[in-house]
Ligand binder design. Sequence first.
Ligand SMILES: NC(=O)c1ccc[n+]([C@@H]2O[C@H](COP(=O)([O-])OP(=O)(O)OC[C@H]3O[C@@H](n4cnc5c(N)ncnc54)[C@H](O)[C@@H]3O)[C@@H](O)[C@H]2O)c1
Length: 393
Amino acid sequence: MADLKGRFGRPLRLGIIGGGPDSWIGGMHRGAAEMDGWWRATAGVFSSDAARSRAAGPRLGIDAARSYGDVTEMLSAEKARPDGIDAVAIMTPNDTHYPFAVAALEAGLDVIADKPVTHDFREACDLVARTRKHGRLFAIAHGFSSYPMTRYARALVRDGTLGRIRLVQVEYIQSGLATRIEDGPQNNRLRWLLDGQRSGLALVMSTIGCHAQHLACHVSGLNAARVAADVCALLPGRTVVDYVSALIEFEGGARGTFTATQAAAGGENDICLRVYGEKGMLDWSHRESGYLRLAIQGEAVRIIGRGDTFLPADIVAAGRTPRGHPEGLREAFANIYADVAQERMARALGDTPQHLAYPRIEEGAHTMAFIEACVASQSKGTWVEVAKLPLAL
Ligand SMILES: NC(=O)c1ccc[n+]([C@@H]2O[C@H](COP(=O)([O-])OP(=O)(O)OC[C@H]3O[C@@H](n4cnc5c(N)ncnc54)[C@H](O)[C@@H]3O)[C@@H](O)[C@H]2O)c1
C-alpha cells in the first residue's frame, strides 16, 4: 500500500448527491472526503430542484459547469468527460438512496452512501448483487464504527483478546424527538423524516438505531440471528417510532441488548458499547471517543488512548493528531473515505488487496434485515429470525 497516492497520481473525483448548503451532513462528507487528499469533491447534485441544485454547487466550491440539475444528468455528463467522477457519495433523503445507488453502480461508479442504505432488506440485497456483479466498492457512512478506538475494539475482538464473545450491549440515546416536533412548523427535512414512506420502516432505527446496531455487529464481528424487540413511541399519541429496545441472540449464541431512542429529554449524542468475552471486556463511549477501556479478568484495567504509540499501525493511522487532542466524527468519516480510496487505488495499480475496516454494503443489508426483524417481532410479540443474505448473491 506504499505511496498509493503518489503512484495513482491524482486524487479520486467524487460526485456529491444531496448535502446542499442547508444540510450539516453534506459538509461532513465533503470535509471528510478531502481531509487527507484522497478525494476531491468535483461534481454534484444538491437539491431535487434543478435550478437550486445548479446554484448550490458554486456556493460549496464546486465548478458551476459540474453542478448538475439531477443525478441522470450528472452521471451521463461525467461519463462523457475524460476526467469524469470515480464515485458518488449519496446523502439525500432516505427513500432516494436506493435508486441513486443503482444508477451509480450501473454507470460503473463506486458508492459511499449514507444510512439507512435502503428502505428494506430486499432493496439492500439487490445493491449487494449489483455491487458484486459490477465489481464495485460500496461503503456506508457509519462514522461511529470508524473511530480509531472502535476500530481498535474490533481488532481486539478479532485477535481473541476477549476470548469468545458472550454479551454485547449497545445503546444510542438522543433527545431530537423528546418534544412533539410533529406539531410544530415543518421544514423540508422534517417533512421527509416524519413520513415513513420516505424515512424508513421505523424512524428511530433510520436516524440513529442503525448506527448502534452496526457498531455492535461490526466491533463484535457477530451478526444478529434472532431478536425480541419492543418498538414503540414513548410520547403519547405519536405515530412514528421513537424507541426500540431489543434482546439479541447473535450467530454462535452470544447474547445482546440494544436500546435506541430520540425521545430521551436531556440526552445528547450518547452512543456507547460494551463487549464481554470469556477473558474480559471492553467499553467505549462517544463522550470519550478517543479512549477505550479494556478490562481483562485478573489484570489491571487499561485505558487505551487514540495516538498511543503501541497501537497497530493502521489504528495509529486512523488518527491525525497526538494523544489528548480531540478528534471526532469528521475524522471518523475521513477514515471511511480513506479506506475506499486505498482499496480503489490498490486495485487500479494491481496491488495485493488488504482488508480494510470500512462498513460495506453487506453490513448495510444486515442492518435492514435487523430493522425488519425488530418491526416483525413487535407485531408478532415473539422472537423473530433476522434474514440472512441469500447465498446466491
Ligand atoms: N451518517 C450520519 O451520521 C448521518 C447524520 C445525519 C444525516 N445522515 C443521513 O444523511 C441523509 C440526509 O439527511 P439530512 O439530515 O442532511 O437531510 P436534509 O433534508 O437536511 O438534507 C438533504 C439534502 O439533500 C438534498 N436533496 C434532496 N433531494 C435531492 C435529490 N433528489 N437530489 C439531490 N439532492 C437532493 C437537499 O437539497 C438537502 O441539501 C439522510 O439519509 C440521513 O439519514 C447521516
